[in-house]
Design a protein around this ligand. Structure first.
Ligand code: ADP
Ligand code: MG
Length: 768
């Protein structure tokens, strides 16, 4: 019964009139091979023809769109590697319009003479005529050189005259013209796509391909239009309102397909699982908690209870623990590992950096000191809980000792880095796996660690992150995990005061404050984006990449003003500068990714033991580093870091009871995205609030990461705008699957899922 969307996917674009080999391959370059691809190739913008004018009608300062043809254009190289692209446009109304783009050299190829374009912007007076600087630009038709197109195809084989450019979208009786994502390389223009889409919609109607999987009642409840209406209105909207309704409906389809897949995956994983029921009376855990030097926060208690239930249950735990920096996740991790140990299983605690691994080992040994567990080698005997550390630089002899201990069962908990994943690391009975700062690991790495589980069993998995993501994003990215949030900080913390210093001349008081804190016996971090001047950001081994705002063609102006040609500060030079100047007399250490591991460890240990007052570092200190007496962090060139990274870096202070300060040094970038990031950091210390701002500023692409690629990705749904729909989609998925786990009674859902998730995934989801 291949109708519906699946039917559309079976019809190749070559069945459309006017699509020959050449156009088909151009469409192919855009990822479009079937009519389904075509109707799902949504416009990226809709031009409002009510705000159109001819060049003769332009008024200085009034925003407007113009359809015109490029008469000529030029690319010029200015001083300091800057570029300017200038083009002269005509539309037959008389005068010309000049447009210029700065530092967008790639525009030159778009603006070939003869190309038909729509520009949108505010004209300004220029040499007696009018000009637009960095306008929005859409190429609606490129000039086609003779011989480039076969006669069977319907593309214009000559430059498009101005009057024709003005009617390229003449098919639209309304006033809203869709502008499609197009490819200059592929050689296909927006108006051509427009024509193909119209033909595909017509064909879809004839085939009844837009049959709606949602009942009329459900649509009414959710205030959604029908699928057929949605596809028509997204491509040929009668009004912007209708387009919004269409977008909402199609977004909901994306979201429910994703949620149904996630919920099915979660349930399939459970069905296939061979979990461990961890046993024991919790005595070991109780003794551990009793000897902690502080009472648990309510949030920690709840998290430990969640984890305890998972561990005692028949299914393997698959839980995400989100907790802001300093919320005390390590204690929850240790509690989970101890529950496993008590029942006779081993635990693995994987962290992304050596610095962090060492620190966790110290914390674990401190908190678990003297705890004993049953020793199966001696009847009724006990021995101390044994914790070991394994990293890539563990010596061969030590490594042999540890792997032997893992194999014999005399090592209970192994803390370490990626080194845990190597093949010779074999556990005798791995039962609990904890992955800290899990976003630093790939899905395969988490899976690889789980593979090491006790024979015939899937170990329980707890993944932790201090980079909160908004709830709807979590539901989308981690929708197949259970989730616990540590929404409470240990008491007695004084919130970190954050100040953005945008004037280099105002840095004097910052360093004075640093000296004052050092005099009080407190410690200070100074963070720089680079290791050495002129080098790339420090991402050697463990530093993450700089978190730049998403590249968006339309945000070119914003980016170019952000890029500037400022020289970024480097840790090596800043260290030398401070030692010889502002911080003369203080004990100042240097830490970055290019140091040898032993050097790094030495510096970190000196800072921890207060043998250093100040640590000048790159982002190697970003995650986890916990020194309670540190009270100031100075982040240089702060506009170079993303929100999550700044929040993490700031989280290095404010860990004790003493008031702490975070200084963000960055020149005025007020109106840019960077400026908004720094303002947000100043305004709140709440990681979840910042996560929302981050999503707002960056868009979902970066949040979703590589997770969403392919047909089942989110093209129209927005995790910002469509928060309510994410919830509704989840609810729909759960209620349908509760009563109909294999979707036998929801054939349209099942068919669509198979169509969208790909064969392999579908086989997994539907296997039971
Ligand atoms: P994170 O969630 O960022 O990994 P940590 O687990 O490193 O946080 O904890 C941060 C600091 O807070 C540590 O020094 C830890 O000992 C301390 N801590 C954890 N839980 C509590 C608590 N309930 N009360 C007081 N201090 C705590
Ligand atoms: Mg931590």
């Amino acid at each position: 019964m291949s109708q519906r969307l699946a039917r559309l996917d079976e019809i190749p674009v070559t069945e459309l009139r006017g699509v020959g080999r050449q156009k088909a391959s151009a469409l192919g370059a855009l990822g479009i091979t079937s009519l389904l691809d075509l109707v799902m190739h949504y416009p990226r913008r809709w031009a409002d023809r009510t705000a159109m004018a001819t060049i003769a009608e332009l008024v200085e300062g009034e925003e407007v769109s113009v359809h015109a043809t490029v008469r000529r254009s030029s690319l010029r190289h200015l001083r300091g590697r800057r570029t300017m692209v200038e083009a002269v446009l005509v539309d037959g109304s008389g005068p010309t319009l000049s447009i210029t783009f700065f530092n967008q050299a790639w525009r030159a190829s778009q603006l070939a003479a003869g190309a038909a374009v729509v520009v949108n912007g505010r004209p300004t007076a220029f040499r007696g005529g009018l000009q637009m600087t960095n306008p929005r630009l859409d190429v609606v038709a490129r000039p086609t050189s003779a011989g480039d197109s076969s006669p069977s195809e319907s593309s214009p084989a000559r430059p498009v005259p101005a009057d024709e450019a003005a009617t390229v979208a003449g098919r639209h009786t309304g006033r809203i013209v869709p502008i499609y994502p197009q490819s200059d390389k592929a050689g296909i223009a927006s108006h051509e796509i427009d024509g193909y889409v119209a033909a595909a919609l017509e064909r879809a109607d004839r085939e009844d391909a837009f049959a709606d999987p949602l009942s009329a009642r459900r649509r009414f409840e959710l205030d959604l239009v029908s699928r057929a209406e949605a596809f028509h209105e997204i491509h040929e909207p009668r009004s912007f309102e209708a387009r919004d309704g269409a977008r909402r409906r199609l977004a909901f389809d994306e979201l429910w397909r994703l949620q149904v897949a996630l919920v099915m995956r979660k349930r399939a994983a459970m069905a296939a699982a061979r979990g461990i029921r961890h046993e024991g009376d919790g005595e070991l855990l109780r003794r551990f908690l009793d000897q902690l030097p502080f009472p648990l926060t309510g949030a920690q208690e709840r998290a430990i209870a969640d984890v305890g239930r998972d561990l005692a249950g028949p299914y393997p735990m698959h839980r995400l623990l989100q907790g802001d920096v300093g919320s005390g996740k390590t204690v929850v991790a240790l509690a989970a590992l101890l529950r496993g140990v008590e029942g006779g299983y081993q635990g693995a605690f994987m962290v992304p950096t050596e610095v962090l691994a060492e620190q966790h080992l110290l914390a674990s040994r401190r908190h678990l000191g003297g705890l004993s567990t049953a020793d199966p080698s001696r009847l009724g005997g006990t021995r101390e809980v044994a914790i070991e550390l394994l990293t890539s630089r563990t010596g061969a002899a030590e490594r042999a000792r540890i792997t032997a201990g893992l194999a014999s069962g005399s090592v209970d908990i192994l803390v370490g880095t990626h080194a845990l994943l190597t093949e010779d690391v074999r556990f005798s009975s791995l039962g609990v796996v904890v992955v800290d700062e899990q976003h630093r690991f790939g899905v395969e790495q988490r899976a690889a660690l789980r593979e090491k589980g006790a024979a015939g069993h899937d170990p329980d998995l707890l993944v932790m992150t201090a980079t909160p993501i908004p709830r709807t994003a979590a539901m989308t990215v981690y929708g197949d995990l259970d989730s616990t949030v540590l929404d409470e900080l240990p008491p007695g913390r004084t919130p970190v005061r954050t100040q953005w210093i945008d004037d280099p001349l105002a840095e004097g008081p910052v360093w004075q404050h640093v000296r004052d804190e050092v005099a009080l016996g407190h410690q200070v971090y100074v963070v720089c984006p680079l290791v050495r001047a002129g080098e790339q950001p420090d991402d050697a081994e463990e530093g993450p990449e700089l978190d730049e705002p998403e590249e968006d063609r339309d945000a070119g102006a914003d980016r170019s003003s952000e890029q500037g040609d400022r020289v970024l500060r480097s840790a090596v030079e800043e260290h030398a500068r401070l030692v010889g100047g502002e911080l003369a007399g203080c004990r100042v250490g240097l830490l970055h990714g290019q140091l040898r591991p032993s050097e790094k460890e030495g510096v970190m240990a000196a800072f921890r033991d207060a043998r250093l007052d100040v640590l000048v570092a790159t982002t190697v200190i970003e995650v986890g580093v916990d020194v309670a007496t540190a009270t100031v962090v100075v982040i240089e060139d702060a506009d170079r870091f993303g929100i999550a990274q700044l929040h993490q870096l700031r989280g290095r202070v404010g860990r004790g009871t003493v008031a702490s300060t975070c200084y963000l040094l960055s020149p005025a970038v007020e109106d840019t995205l960077a400026g908004q990031r720094l303002r947000a950091l100043e305004a709140t210390t709440d990681g979840f609030e910042l996560a929302e701002v981050d999503l707002e500023l960056r868009g979902e692409g970066t949040v979703l990461g590589a997770r969403q690629k392919g047909r089942n990705d989110l093209r129209l749904a927005s995790l910002r705008r469509d928060r309510d729909l994410v919830d509704e989609a989840r609810a729909l998925a759960e209620s349908v699957l509760d009563t109909d786990p294999g979707l036998a009674r929801h054939p349209l859902f099942a068919e669509e899922l198979r169509l969208f998730v790909g064969e392999e995934e579908a086989a997994y989801l539907f296997k039971s």
